[in-house]
Write a protein that binds this ligand. Structure first.
Ligand code: AMP
Length: 127
């Protein structure tokens, strides 16, 4: 069920539980500010999720409330990951869903990194 846009942070969400080590993930990158792991239901040969370690509901919350250090470190982590995952040369797509219209399902900010094949059009048709 997609989450609505401006809900308060829910500490029981699945990515908060991954950050606390309560459930496993296939980690591919970790630093002081960010964690990245394989998506459990991959939509491309490379499908990794990058999350900040801080408690932010979505891109809206992160962009408005994260510190400059968190914001900078997050983008650096994505760039590092693109190279580490071997998709920086041929290309990859970053995607972040915020709120109901975007179908955000997990209410902890995350960026998807897709790659490993031609990714087609930017956005699907509305259904
Ligand atoms: P979104 O619709 O942007 O909120 O995407 C949430 C993503 O989280 C989906 O692509 C799910 O497949 C993924 N996901 C859900 N639970 C897990 C989990 N335990 N480990 C890894 N990925 C997950």
């Amino acid at each position: 069920m997609p989450v609505s846009g401006l809900s308060p942070y829910d500490d029981a969400n699945i990515f908060a539980r991954i950050l606390r080590g309560e459930i496993p993930s296939r980690t591919v990158y970790e630093d002081e500010w960010a964690l990245a792991f394989h998506d459990i239901n991959p939509q491309a040969p490379v499908h990794v999720l990058v999350i900040p370690k801080g408690a932010y509901v979505s891109s809206d919350d992160f962009g408005a409330n994260a510190s400059d250090a968190e914001l900078a470190a997050f983008l650096r982590a994505i760039s590092t990951l693109g190279r580490q995952l071997g998709v920086a040369t041929d290309g990859y797509r970053m995607l972040a869903n915020h709120g109901r219209d975007a179908n955000q399902e997990v209410p902890h900010f995350h960026v998807h990194i897709f790659g490993g094949r031609p990714l087609g059009r930017m956005i699907g048709k509305a259904s």
